[in-house]
Design a protein around this ligand. Structure first.
Ligand SMILES: Cc1cc2nc3c(=O)[nH]c(=O)nc-3n(C[C@H](O)[C@H](O)[C@H](O)COP(=O)(O)OP(=O)(O)OC[C@H]3O[C@@H](n4cnc5c(N)ncnc54)[C@H](O)[C@@H]3O)c2cc1C
Length: 433
């Protein structure tokens, strides 16, 4: 039986980060996965969906040979396979032993692996870590029919539907609404809460809803789907407030649940946490490996940014204005709009804004959100400030000109709470040069 210092089940972002962290510490490391390296992120999540978004963008702006749905799906799958091969190469390069097969816990120091070729073998290790991910939630009222899809089903759809209903206005629902809208599909998006992206700053969801609606997405908020019936030609979807929608397909994007792990094993990533982000999964895995090695784990969850890669992009980090006020925090808000951003004007993308939340007394940055071009990249600057407890002012003047990131500087300047000599400002005022 092969023996390792650490054995990791699952080769998604969490398993891979754990393997890298273990190898950095010189541990003999094995990874077992029932599919090629990459996990949900590479095979069914971040990678193929972002590829579809890129194809959708080409259609939106009218690129002459923009891919049709079949070519877009083929491209997404090719990219996923290529990234997975890259990850497999990296594992080999850093000295991780990779085993393809399904792992079952035997006891605290051993797993049984059933490989695709039906051979079974056992592996043992001092530490065993389960990074087995999550699965889509499928509510019981949805009928068992090929017209009701989860994300995996969409990634296998041979042709575009004429009409689709998407359940859930969270990140995944909004990304697919954006994709389908750009591919010309009549799209309905149903969200139970009063606005889209209910877990982040309200202004973001409202702005995104406006942008999707302008591209023809019919957005239904503040109600739930209470029945889905299949007829000869498609589905009839009814909502609790009495609306009735006919569609060819329904995409359920109502979130995910952790894959259960029994037997007292260490768990990390989506299998352990309710925040389901690749970056979060990686950070959680790093912390678990540090703890297994007797080190003080570092996990700065509050400073991990998230992005919805719809058009427009929506990126956020830290607390929202509403959450800060609900916690009784005294805050100052800064806001700036892309219509005054030179780069945005140059590329004709002037919709959207940046909003920052700063502590009213100290000026410390508590949160930031951006809706608009470059949001997914620009938010990193706010994440650094947040991670290091810096004031919002620290983001003023750190971006090149002209750049999308300047929107964040402008919002931070707008939120200024301190004068240069550290005294508290009464109101934000113009910056003196
Ligand atoms: C549509 C979609 C879009 C997303 N977009 C983003 C995004 O833009 N940005 C972002 O940060 N996050 C995104 N995510 C979330 C991200 O994909 C997950 O948070 C991340 O993949 C979790 O990593 P993980 O390693 O914990 O689990 P996973 O990536 O799910 O990996 C777990 C792996 O373990 C394997 N496994 C499970 N059980 C066993 C077993 N018994 N034996 C062997 N192998 C096993 C699974 O097959 C899988 O390969 C998206 C998710 C989805 C579904």
């Amino acid at each position: 039986m092969d023996t390792f210092d650490i054995l990791i089940v699952g080769a998604g972002p969490a398993g891979l980060a754990a393997a890298r962290a273990a190898r950095r510490r010189g541990l003999r490391t094995a990874v077992v996965s029932r599919e090629a390296p990459g996990g949900t992120c590479v095979h069914r999540g971040c990678v193929p969906v972002k590829s579809l978004l890129a194809s959708a963008a080409a259609r939106r702006v009218g690129v002459a040979n923009a891919p049709d749905w079949q070519s877009a799906l083929a491209r997404a799958n090719e990219i996923a396979e290529s990234v997975s091969r890259g990850v497999a190469f990296e594992l080999a390069r850093i000295g991780v032993s990779f085993f393809l097969g399904e792992a079952f816990g035997v006891d605290s120091g051993q797993v049984r692996v059933e490989s695709a070729e039906a051979s079974t073998f056992e592996l043992s290790a001092r530490h065993i870590l389960f990074a087995v991910g999550s699965l889509p939630v499928r509510p019981g009222f949805l009928p068992e029919t090929k017209r009701v899809l989860d994300v995996d089903g969409v990634l296998r759809l041979p042709s575009l539907p004429r009409r689709i209903v998407i359940l859930g206005g969270g990140a995944i629902g909004c990304e697919f609404a954006s994709i389908f809208a750009d591919f010309g599909v009549e799209t309905f998006l149903v969200e139970r809460e009063a606005h889209l992206l209910p877990n982040i700053d309200r202004d973001c969801g409202v702005a995104l809803a406006g942008a999707l609606a302008r591209r023809g997405v019919r957005i239904v908020t503040g109600t739930v789907v209470d029945a889905v019936r299949e007829g000869e030609d498609g589905l009839r979807v009814t909502t609790a407030d009495g609306q009735s929608i006919e569609a060819d397909f329904l995409l359920s994007a109502l979130g995910r649940r952790s894959v259960p792990v029994t037997g007292g094993y260490c768990v990390c990533g989506d299998a352990a946490d309710s925040v389901r982000l690749a970056t979060w999964a990686e950070a959680s895995a790093e912390a678990v490996v540090a703890a297994l090695c007797g080190e003080e784990p570092v996990f700065a969850g509050d400073a991990i940014p998230a992005c919805v890669f719809s058009y427009p992009e929506v990126a956020t980090v830290g607390v929202s204005e509403v959450a800060a006020r609900a916690r009784g925090m005294s805050v100052r808000i800064g806001k700036a709009f892309f219509r005054a951003n030179v780069r945005a004007a140059a590329v004709g993308e002037t919709g959207g804004f940046a909003k920052v939340v700063a502590d009213a007394e100290t000026g410390r940055l508590l949160g930031a959100s951006i809706v608009g071009p470059g949001a997914s990249d620009s938010i990193a600057a706010a994440a650094i400030a947040l991670k290091h407890g810096l004031p919002a002012d620290s983001l003023a003047g750190v971006f090149t000109h002209p750049s999308f990131g300047e929107i964040l500087s402008a919002a931070c300047v707008d939120a200024r709470v301190l004068t240069a000599d550290g005294k508290r400002r009464k109101r934000p005022s113009a910056v003196k040069r």
